[in-house]
Design a protein around this ligand. Structure first.
Ligand code: F6P
Length: 363
């Protein structure tokens, strides 16, 4: 029989299990294929003893409904820059790609499906160039890959953001408060912007549009003056003020020095220092946005990605990453997959429409 190996790398993301199941179910239809999984990305291959499991129908039964990844994952498995902790507490990075290639060749897999974000696809490209039959599947809640119009996990993250936002609205309303809700997204504002539109935020701050704190204070004060006694703000973890607009101790570097969990509190302090008198409360959603069951859209997209990945293996179409473009499941070269970063365009219709709805970006 032919053998296909699946692995999941980088941060987890709702829909990973649906991809694994999609590959396995489609492979089962071909009769002469066996499906395997490497535990914790490539660590399952590199470790001694190796951790490679057989993916049977029992293994995949019902997993599309579950968040996370049944194959486990880690941020510490990059074979090109493999972290080795030193005795003095520092970490040395070594290149283990040749060792990995040797081990993969010895295992004689006919195809390897690497489900991961930007970093994982760069690894796929290096391995493919060294003769390994690689196929990529894009994964990120941040939706920041340019080679695919959407990624699975994004809709789930936006849904969780929106559900949380709705809850914050009722408490903001009751207390006449200004609520700041921080969402994930790394250096992109997709999750924040979609959540702000879905929830009906007054203010949305994203990394692609640096904000002027004084404009935000004006906007908040005006809303209270008009008798609308509460404000809801969505802030992306990577949002930052315009250079030189912050003079307070809260700093003006945004997420560069306070990543994940710091931005909401930083913004709160900046607003107070700039004269905002509203009572402010901060909420950081954090990893809640990556947990739990994927919404139906993400399950469908992830499952189709899995089916397509296997079909690429079947036709020996290696060195490609599956993608969703112009309403179709397709594939792009790993070269193209790892080229551009895809953030929110400040001149896009999405941003203009949000502004038309009265959402302020503080620009
Ligand atoms: O890329 C996905 C993501 O969840 C980002 O939105 C966030 O910045 C980051 O990963 C968090 O990483 P970690 O899980 O390592 O804390």
């Amino acid at each position: 029989p032919k053998k296909i190996l699946i692995l999941t790398g980088g941060g987890d993301c709702p829909g990973l299990n649906a991809v694994i199941r999609g590959v396995a179910k489609r492979a089962r239809k071909e009769k002469n294929w066996e499906v395997y999984g490497s535990i914790e990305a490539f660590n399952g291959v590199l470790n001694d003893p190796q951790e490679i499991v057989r993916i049977t129908s029992k293994f995949t039964a019902g997993i599309h409904v579950r968040g996370g990844t049944v194959l486990k994952t880690t941020n510490k498995s990059n074979p090109i820059k493999f972290p080795v902790p030193q005795k003095d507490g520092t970490v040395k990075f070594i290149d283990r790609s040749d060792e990995l290639v040797k081990k993969l060749k010895a295992l004689k897999f006919d195809a390897i499906v690497n489900i991961g974000g930007d970093g994982s696809q760069k690894i796929s490209k290096v391995l493919y160039d060294k003769g390994i039959p690689m196929i990529g599947v894009p994964k990120t809640i941040d939706n920041d890959l340019s080679a695919t119009d959407v990624t699975f996990g994004f809709q789930t993250a936006v849904q969780i953001g929106t559900d949380s936002f709705d809850k914050l609205v009722t408490t903001a309303e009751s207390h006449h408060r200004t609520m700041i809700m921080e969402v994930m997204g790394r250096d992109a504002g997709w999750i924040a912007l979609h959540t702000a539109i879905a929830g009906g935020a007054e203010i949305c701050l994203i990394p692609e549009i640096p904000y002027d704190i004084h404009k935000l204070v004006k906007r908040i004060n005006l809303r209270y003056k008009k008798g609308r006694g509460f404000v809801n703000i969505v802030v992306a973890e990577g949002a930052r003020p315009k250079e030189g607009t912050i003079t307070s101790s809260a700093g003006d570097k945004g997420s560069e020095h306070v990543r994940l969990g710091g931005v909401a509190f930083q913004l709160s302090k900046q607003l107070k220092d700039a004269g905002c008198t509203a009572e402010i409360r901060e909420t950081v959603l954090g990893h809640v946005q990556r947990g739990g069951t994927p919404v139906a859209y993400d399950r469908v997209l992830a499952t189709l990605f899995g089916v397509k990945a296997f079909e690429l293996a079947l036709t020996k179409d290696f060195g490609k990453m599956v993608a969703f473009k112009n309403n179709e499941i397709t594939a792009v070269s790993l070269e193209e997959a790892t080229q551009d970063y895809h953030g929110v365009n400040k001149d896009s219709y999405l941003v203009q429409a949000a502004k038309g709805l009265g959402i302020s970006f503080g620009d």
